[in-house]
Design a protein. Structure first.
Length: 82
């Protein structure tokens, strides 16, 4: 199950589970659409994999399968990738 992390690793902006601006790689590294396009150019800075739109979990399922609340924030990793 996807963790649905609550923020962008680059800029720490909030990415709630219903957000259509969340992008994710196969290892669940999570970024906002703005960082993905302008800074990362569609590539995950941690693993080099592609970043795609994160699927949204229906609200009815979030009660039983809640989104992660653990924030991951690595601004240094973002800079070196740019
Ligand atoms: Zn961002
Ligand atoms: Zn990654």
């Amino acid at each position: 199950m996807l963790q649905l992390r609550p923020n962008c690793e680059c800029c720490n902006t909030d990415l709630p589970p219903e957000s259509s601006a969340a992008r994710i790689c196969s290892f669940e590294c999570t970024f906002c659409a703005s960082c993905t396009e302008t800074v990362l150019k569609g590539r995950c800075p941690n693993c080099g994999g592609e970043l795609v739109m994160r699927p949204r979990r229906p609200a009815s399922k979030l009660q039983k399968f809640p989104a992660s609340t653990e924030r991951v924030y690595k601004p240094d990793g973002c800079r070196t990738a740019a």
